[in-house]
Design a protein around this ligand. Structure first.
Ligand code: CDT
Length: 358
């Protein structure tokens, strides 16, 4: 019988952030949600993708000084600048004083040691007890176009223009201090058959469009992930897409839930999926921030399109049922038939059939 591994977690959904909303206003809203989390004994709070600003890739912005306003600086010399920079420092200080781990998305401008700058759509994980950034994820699956479409009645999606593809892959990480009684490397002895599911929780991070790609979830599943954190800004309506605004929004929410529920179920992990919601710069973003169990069931969901804390108490030990059962990868994966998954990128249709009688 597996011992419980209990944590109270939350998705801190943010309502819309307009182009002219001050960073300080956004941070105040995030601090307010952290205060609510403290009252409910939450130990981990997840905020959306690009949580500090409007979803700026919907705009054609070309002036470098204007673009710079949407990014936080870090570099080879100072990789953890986020902890001390003027905008974000207060978030980490508050998280530390409340004893709550936080994870949020932001635009990252990275300078390497030769001075070359790269821009990423990034998510960070901060451990309050340790007072340090434990992990960073840079979005791999960037949606949209590299060049503006510039047509009337077309909503732009310019992530490929503003960001490079993430270069860190899908690296899972363990988080100390989240569950009681976690097994440590130095506790291991030769009599212990398996340490699986007994150490500090294994987490992974995804950003928005990533959640639609089963390969991304599976990379975490193969590292034993028990909890995936995912931030999003998902459009509820675009004039160029088919369907009424209502039908489009319903379908967008359906696909969002479908992807998060399937990813969690097929990799036997919990997931916390947190969105930015409401009418941002005139465009609708879906709400429906959800916490999903390894069964694939939604166990908590936002009820508004505003700032809202979505809370659930979860037992990571529940992951074992499917990790040791239907999704015991070691026992049931048949990798000799999966080669195509990494050998081929796009679709290569199989040959056409011959006409009958020839
Ligand atoms: N921000 C982001 O990644 N948006 C994408 C748009 C994809 S179009 C279906 C998303 O997955 O919501």
């Amino acid at each position: 019988m597996t011992s419980p591994r209990l944590i109270t977690v939350a998705a801190a959904q943010l309502g819309a952030i307009q182009l002219n909303t001050l960073r300080t206003e956004v941070i105040d809203r995030m601090l307010n949600l952290l205060g609510q989390a403290k009252d409910l004994d939450v130990r981990l709070v997840v905020f959306p993708e690009l949580a500090l600003t409007t979803f700026f890739p919907r705009h054609i912005i070309q002036d470098p000084a204007e673009i710079a306003k949407y990014f936080e600086e870090s570099s080879d010399e100072n990789p953890n600048a986020l902890l001390t920079n003027e905008n974000t420092r207060v978030l980490f200080e508050r998280a530390k004083s409340l004893g709550i781990d936080i994870s949020f998305g932001y635009g990252e401008r990275w300078s390497d040691k030769y001075g070359k700058q790269s821009h990423y759509n990034t998510m960070t994980y901060y451990s309050a007890k340790g007072g340090s950034i434990l992990a960073k994820y840079r979005k791999v699956h960037l949606p949209g176009t590299k060049e503006p479409v510039r047509k009337p009645n077309v909503a732009e999606q310019l992530e490929k223009m503003f960001f490079e593809n993430g270069d860190l892959g899908f690296q899972a990480f363990r988080v100390p201090h989240l569950v009681d009684g976690a097994l440590k490397a130095n506790d291991i002895d030769s009599t212990r058959p398996s340490t699986d599911g007994k150490g500090d929780p294994i987490l992974g991070m995804l950003l928005c469009n990533d959640r639609r790609w089963p390969e991304a979830w599976r990379c975490y599943g193969l590292q034993g992930a028990e909890l995936v954190l995912q931030g999003y800004n998902t459009r509820g309506y675009a004039p160029q897409n088919p369907g009424t605004p209502k039908a489009q929004e319903e379908l967008a929410i359906f696909h969002h839930r479908l992807s998060c529920q399937a990813g969690s179920y097929q990799n036997a992990c919990f997931s916390i999926n947190c969105g930015k919601a409401g009418y941002e710069d005139g465009g609708l973003l879906i709400a429906s921030s959800i916490i999903v169990a390894p069964s694939g069931k939604i166990i908590a969901e936002s009820k508004t399109s505003d700032d809202e804390l979505v809370v659930a108490s979860i037992d990571l030990a529940e992951c074992r049922f499917n990790k040791e059962g239907v999704f015991n990868f070691g026992k049931h994966r048949v990798v000799e038939h999966y080669g195509r998954l990494i050998e081929q990128v796009g679709v290569q249709e199989i040959p056409l059939l011959e006409r009958d009688g020839q």
